[in-house]
Design a protein. Structure first.
Length: 367
């Protein structure tokens, strides 16, 4: 039973629901939906079993702040997918996974998550467990796109990734974490051999195509990108993100920066509500997410440039699909044990093919 069972911790959240649905579509796995609210878990399990005409989904009541509730369910599961923020409970939940011998894949986006998990890297290797971190599309896909692009060049010199999205945000704990990360200054720009913190002159415009159009983007830190220059000897790389809407970009975000400059986390809950309301009220009705990679280099001594654009109307689907791609490779046994960021663990070309098969629209332009 364990060999074919996966647990989704936070499975009835936005990304968790889509992830569970895709896994039922793409695999024959038995799924456990875990969370603190048994009614929500049971409701989702019933909905998924009905939709897929199966009995492969069950609910489990779990609380990440109470490790004793986790161990029995972890022991049932070959792998746990962390689809909810863990906060201070991160390492205690990992300890349960190590004790139970359960593999791990998380959708946690704070840049310091991989460093925190490294505390147990030796034990992970000793146990021959697979621990994959920072799954999704931001982080999760930018480095995959660079790895995929590199196969198109004899020598890759420049690779930058840009993100733009118009999506609706529920008011959740993940939103609190997002605000914390927005205000944290980190090394995000790589040029001429060094990583440095961004300044306003690093704003760049990218043409995302319709419906996003051309938008100004600001560098954002992404841990998976830090090793990319060493892989390929690049002169420039980084990830850039577009803003949200005028109300959020020019009123709400400055308020957040001002509050956090006085004390980190000051007014977090009230500012999260304002941020959420501003996005959901003033953004266009049509939802979309676009990821664009622009790469330059040489092929057999001749200059070459290439761009990839991935887009979908549902941010949760674009978060879940790369995770499912990774899990398909994991289930085939092609991902070795150890601690790795998802973006560096997967086969990039296979991932791009599977994303397209699942419904992600992909466009390529080569010069």
């Amino acid at each position: 039973m364990r060999e074919e069972t996966l647990l989704i911790l936070g499975g009835y959240g936005g990304a968790g629901k889509v992830l569970a649905d895709l896994l039922l579509q793409e695999t024959e796995l038995r799924l456990l939906i875990g969370g603190r609210d048994p009614a929500k878990a049971e409701a989702l399990a019933f909905e998924l079993n009905t939709r897929h005409s199966c009995h492969r989904v069950e609910a489990r009541t779990l609380d990440a702040n109470r490790p004793e509730t986790l161990l029995p369910v972890f022991k049932e599961s070959r792998l746990v997918i962390i689809a909810a923020p863990l906060g201070e409970s991160l390492l205690s939940v990992l300890r349960v996974a190590l004790e139970s011998g359960t593999d791990w894949l998380d959708l946690l986006f704070p840049p310091d998550i991989p460093q925190k998990l490294q505390t147990y890297e030796g034990e992970i290797l000793k146990n021959e467990q697979v621990v994959l971190t920072q799954g999704g599309f931001h982080p999760g896909l930018p480095a995959v796109l660079v790895h995929h692009a590199a196969s198109c060049f004899t020598r890759l010199e420049r690779a930058v990734v840009a993100l733009a999205m118009n999506a609706r945000f529920p008011l959740t704990e993940s939103l609190h974490e997002l605000l914390d990360e927005i205000t944290e200054t980190r090394l995000a720009v790589f040029r001429d051999g060094i990583w440095r913190s961004p300044v306003w002159k690093d704003l760049r415009s990218f043409n995302f195509g319709p419906p996003a159009g051309t938008r100004k983007c600001y560098p954002m830190a992404m841990t998976e990108m830090q090793a990319i220059p060493e892989y390929y000897g690049l002169r420039e790389t980084g990830v850039y993100a577009a803003g949200f809407n005028g109300f959020v970009d020019f009123l709400v975000l400055p308020l957040i920066y001002a509050a956090y400059s006085l004390r980190r986390g000051l007014g977090r809950k009230a500012l999260s509500r304002l941020f959420c309301w501003g996005i959901n009220t003033f953004s266009p009705k049509q939802e979309w997410v676009v990821i664009r990679l622009e790469a330059e280099g040489e092929e057999n001594g001749k200059p070459k440039s290439i761009s990839f654009s991935l887009n979908h109307e549902d941010a949760y689907f674009l978060t879940a699909a790369p995770v499912v791609c990774c899990l398909l490779q994991y289930l085939e046994g092609t991902i070795p044990s150890g601690l790795k960021m998802m973006a560096h663990a997967v086969d990039p070309s296979r991932t791009i093919e599977d994303l397209q098969r699942m419904g992600i629209r992909i466009e390529t332009d080569t010069n």
